[in-house]
Design a protein around this ligand. Structure first.
Ligand code: SF4
Ligand code: SF4
Length: 227
């Protein structure tokens, strides 16, 4: 069951993957606005661009990353405005905004909102993995106090025995552990090693994003190339 107006709102913008997360357990967490719901949505990256970065990012990938992030920010801002227009409080969380350089993290993880909104799970590569596009998506989040119908959260990984991203990572930053709800990033990924590797080898394309060799290897993403 979904909120009809929200369903139509996303449909009009060609966003197929979205959901509402119950974030009430984070009330009091200073990194989260005091709103109990998070609307998560995903915009797919261009499949051809993603399939072409198995050996590392290139200019088309960097440009696509910026394009999709800009689109997400525009959609998030517009959605926050639409919710406010309906008399609710709403706050858009900028796409991939790194606010803590020490922890190499944004203010609040889009992945947390997305898993709780039922969009997918956190893969061994530490990215959100969707069934339809794998990790070849970028995420947006809007916090709100609007009385929306929440989705069933995804609480476990569907990576199974796959280790494609673990083996593909040239920095050996992925340790191969399986995610479940509550498992933090440090259990999955050495974020410092990952960050240093991509800065050292792909500095010209490094705008806060991943080198994403791991994401390019994911069978869930590769599956989307098939007709
Ligand atoms: S982004 Fe690059 S360095 Fe980081 S985990 Fe993925 S493959 Fe490894
Ligand atoms: S490559 Fe395999 S292990 Fe890694 S995120 Fe994708 S499905 Fe999970």
């Amino acid at each position: 069951m979904t909120d009809n107006w929200l369903n139509n709102w996303f449909k009009a913008r060609d966003v197929a993957l979205w959901g509402v997360a119950d974030l009430s357990e984070f009330t009091g967490d200073e990194t989260v606005p005091p709103y109990r719901h998070g609307v998560a949505f995903a915009v797919p990256m261009d499949k051809g661009v993603m399939a072409a970065i198995k050996k590392g990012p290139n200019r088309p990938y960097a440009d696509e990353y910026v394009r999709v992030n800009d689109l997400i920010d525009a959609i998030g801002e517009e959605l926050a405005g639409a919710l406010e227009g309906r008399g609710h409080n709403a706050l858009h969380l900028a796409a991939s905004k790194r606010t803590d350089p020490l922890k190499i993290a944004g203010a609040f993880p889009h992945k947390t909102v997305a898993t709780r909104a039922g969009l997918g799970w956190v893969g061994k590569c530490c990215q959100l993995v969707t069934r339809r596009h794998g990790p070849w998506v970028r995420l947006g989040s809007v916090f709100t106090d609007a009385p929306l119908i929440v989705a069933k959260p995804v609480v476990r990984s569907f990576c199974g025995s796959c280790r494609e991203c673990v083996d593909a990572c040239p920095a050996e930053a992925i340790n191969g552990a399986e995610w479940s709800a509550g498992v933090g990033r440090e259990a999955l990924l050495d974020a410092r090693v990952c960050d240093e590797y991509k800065k050292r080898h792909f500095y010209e394309f490094h705008q806060g994003h991943n080198c994403n060799i791991c994401g390019a290897a994911c069978p869930y993403g590769l599956k989307s190339l098939k007709p």
